[in-house]
Design a binder for this molecule. Sequence first.
Ligand code: NAP
Ligand code: GLV
Length: 318
Amino acid sequence: MNDILLAFDGPQAAEWKSALRSAAGNRAVHAWPDDPDDLSDLDRYAYACVWLPPRGLLPRLRNLKAILNLGAGVDRLLADPSLPDVPIARVAHGDLTMRVTEYVVLHVLMHHRRQRLYDAQQRAKTWAVHDQPAANEVSVGVMGLGVIGRSAAEALARLGFKVAGWSRTPKSIPGIACCHGAEALDAFLARAEILVCLLPQTPETEGLLNLSLLRKLKRDGAAGGAYLVNAARGRIQSNTGILAALDEGALAGATLDVFPQEPLPPDNPLWSHPKVTITPHNAGDVSPHVFAPLVIEQIERFERGVPLDNPIDRSHGY
Ligand code: NAP
Ligand code: GLV
């Protein structure tokens, strides 16, 4: 059987079910845990389309051929030690890439144009103009030059920012000063006034955005301080490190879309810090009806013997 089991944990579960069903034609799409009739029925599923599936579910699908992750990050999926040994791919779609790119551009510009300051002035009915550097005087560093990081770096470069990017392996992207590997990190940080994180969460990146790293950012550039935009994963950042960096001046501001614990608990001091902008992990919200046809296309190509796009390398964790 070549049926699809959808296991989606989140508010868009019903929308995903309807979107995959309309894209799948005659192929059955059932949603866990509502649709499968009994446990033996699980043998009919060849494909699992998942977002945060319950631990232990996937090894029960004995005829599973592939897992398609309905988002970019696979950190929670790979954390399941019982994950079956079948190909895993994440579905990368221009819609997701552009939404996160929009988010990054919005928040880099917000810090660059001092919008938090003008918001405060508006509340106080204060009319005051502050010095404004041009984008081409300001250096932005993008951590992660994958599908999304590259798109964001290129969009920022088009706006005129001096953009550098850091990745695990070498890259060559016109207009972006690319560097890679642990040995290049300090020099990359030393030129970055606005640091954008678009890394996956892996054992190498967990906790990377800590106080000691944030202290290495360039504070004396045209931007008038160092800023952080994390639209990647919460466990890459240390909340206490960010708070300490803000309070001692290593950071002048931060935009955080993701947190080690989500939702961010109401008593967390980040909520009310005057230099912090918080969003509820919505940088990359996507429309299932846009995404679903691509998921089905991937499955159909896989059945014709074409390898999955954007395969996950378990040894690297992304
Ligand atoms: P991707 O295509 O897999 O790219 C990951 C990038 O990170 C690659 O450039 C990779 O280097 C680099 N990288 C990985 N480990 C590294 C390390 N140890 N040191 C330096 N660079 C490292 O991923 P993507 O599609 O761009 O997405 C990136 C992440 O954004 C996702 O994993 C997800 O967690 C997050 N995300 C968040 C949202 C949201 O709503 N907030 C939405 C979408 C995605 P190489 O190029 O050398 O492999
Ligand atoms: C969202 O966080 C994603 O990884 O797609």
